[in-house]
Design a protein around this ligand. Sequence first.
Ligand code: MRU
Length: 371
Amino acid sequence: MGESNETSKALQAICYQRGSLRLLDQRKLPLESVYLNIQDSKDGWNAIRDMVVRGAPAIAIAAALSLAVEIHSLEFKGAPADAADFIVKKLEFLVSSRPTAVNLSDAAMKLGDLVRKTSETTTEVKTVFKVFVEAAEAMLENDVADNKAIGSHGAIFLRKKSEGLDKLCVLTHCNTGSLATAGYGTALGVIRALHAGGYLDKAFCTETRPFNQGSRLTAYELVHDKIPATLVTDSAVAALMKSGSVNAVVVGADRIAANGDTANKIGTYSHALCAKHHGVQFYVAAPLTSIDLSISSGQKIVIEERSPKELLNSEGGLGKQVAASGIAVWNPAFDVTPASLITAIITEKGVITKSGDDVFDIKNFVESTRG
Ligand code: MRU
């Protein structure tokens, strides 16, 4: 992995041209914009595991593109079926980098199916590789359009649900913006769309301990876009809601179970409980690729536990020691917010609302929107 320094204030996490992939090293933001050259799936795996790139959609796209650059000029000896096996094994390896976000395993499954099917209908290895590369590139292209659709559906829905208010104050957690996706963002996309329409009073972003995706990345995006915003600590959220300053919460998702239970950055569950207590609407904004219909509830979601260093040292583990030596640490990266605390789920195909008995019928929504 080589690196290059950019002087411009970058909001593009993934820079790709066929045969070349550079990832913005998000660990260095907001002070430095450094891009790392990713040459193969091993580089991709390390970049995802080490949080160079993070955010559910971005890690799926970065993983697929890291393999696309690896096979771009690969002299592969074997039959098309061997080429498909090669790709599937690399995809399985990439999925092992981070377990919670379903977007990565969903992409691996779809891309794996595609190359297997292609290998059955061609005699050329290069056709198998070409199909994979084009499908990985399409993920990058489609993500921005999906996010803009999420933003637009979300802004319309939030305004409808907030009758009587000309402008809204919206709280978000972690980073779900351009840096967590191919561009624009999901929950932050909703905030961007509200702002663009003149319907945002201000955004609140949480610090998002321990890795500080909120204070380093979301705050950076909000300042970059000149969106009025205030940073709060995660632990200030209850007091903030009690003061009546928040009209709605919008967060992203790493995995949404069939019943609507949602895994997202650690702390999301606390914010949802606070929102319920204070009568504040709580929304999840995510693409359909974040929905995992194979699991009935959030109990089955595997929650990634990260290194104690992220708590013991400053700068999400990269800086100096800030906690007492010898203390035990529990550092889950995500938590699960039960569907009962979620008002609605905003997707690129529209908003999933609850039926009269307070349950989501996500399967029906997904099936009815399939093109
Ligand atoms: O650990 P991270 O930074 O990858 O966690 C990211 C989140 O929890 C996001 O809210 C989620 O992935 C959605 S990103 C559009």
